[in-house]
Design a protein around this ligand. Structure first.
Ligand SMILES: Cc1ncc(C[n+]2csc(CCOP(=O)(O)OP(=O)(O)O)c2C)c(N)n1
Length: 274
């Protein structure tokens, strides 16, 4: 099923708004991670606006779904989605990386509504997602546990220990979202340590696998639905994305992994995202 015309327009507007926040926040801070934030925009927008069972007015509600940003450096997109969803004021986004603010470069689970764990040290999120998935089973709760992982991050051994664990405990309430933008900090993933045959790898670990275009909102929506329908095993959504998506000079390069646009570059980016 595809989104209605109204819904498609809503997501077109929302994802542009979020991409504008990303470039403005990083420009204002003079630092941050725009590349991997722009690649994850559709994935997080559709997840939070269509699927996550959360209440921005009661962020610590016990039976909420949980989301873990394992690639914790991509706070520009995470904070933007949370703010647009109503967890905190949109105006606060411009305090990104302020020493006295709470929107740190990497998310702090204690201080920001909607952020369930602190992250930034790559490789850890899926282990936490498993913990939430397991306790949900023990509690008899329908709570679901989502975790976004970068493709470069898949080089961390802990991810694969966690992947074994999710399957061993039949955690069908756990969903891993791989932002497969093919680029890590300073090169293409295939040049550093490749993640070839990713679908086969996850299947061999006992996972259900859905492979999609991570910028196609309908495909993203269907993938999350399929994950919810899948019983007895965890689901990995392998989302093909473009690092820097939406800003021509940031696309498909590692240059914008951790670099902020200057004022001139911001102006060009905002024109493209108008
Ligand atoms: C354990 C650990 N090692 C190294 C880093 C430094 N680091 C930050 S981001 C990054 C690359 C991540 O690449 P990827 O997972 O593909 O992220 P994306 O392209 O989606 O931004 C690295 C190596 C870190 N944060 N944690």
């Amino acid at each position: 099923m595809v989104f209605s015309k109204e819904k498609s327009e809503f997501y077109n507007d929302l994802t542009k708004t979020i991409r504008r926040h990303i470039v403005k926040m990083t420009n204002h801070a003079g630092s941050g991670h725009p590349g991997g934030s722009l690649s994850a925009t559709e994935l997080l927008s559709v997840l939070f606006f269509e699927h996550m069972n959360v209440d921005p007015n009661n962020p610590d509600w016990q039976d909420r779904d949980c989301f873990f940003l394992s690639k914790g450096h991509c706070t520009p997109v995470f904070y933007s989605v949370l703010a647009e969803k109503g967890f905190f004021p949109v105006e606060e986004l411009m305090t990104f990386r302020d020493v006295d603010g709470r929107l740190h470069g990497h998310p702090c689970g204690e201080h920001i509504p909607g952020v369930d764990i602190s992250s930034g040290s790559l490789g850890q999120g899926l282990s936490v997602a498993n913990g939430v998935g397991l306790t949900a089973k023990l509690d008899g709760s329908n709570r679901r546990s989502y975790c976004m992982i970068g493709d470069g991050e898949l080089q961390e051994g802990q991810i694969w220990e966690a992947a074994m664990t999710s399957a061993h405990y039949n955690l069908d309430n756990v969903c891993a979202i791989i932002d497969w933008n093919k680029i890590q900090l300073d090169d293409f993933v295939e040049n550093v340590k490749g993640v070839k045959n990713l679908g086969d790898k996850f299947r061999a670990f006992g996972w259900h696998v859905v492979e999609i275009d991570g910028h196609d909102i309908n495909a993203v929506n269907e993938a999350f639905k399929e994950a919810k329908r899948t019983k007895g095993k965890p689901t990995a959504i392998l989302a093909h994305t473009v690092k820097g998506k939406g800003v021509s000079f940031m696309e498909d390069t590692h240059d914008w992994h951790g670099m902020a646009p200057n004022d001139e570059q911001l102006e060009i980016a905002l024109k493209e995202l108008a």
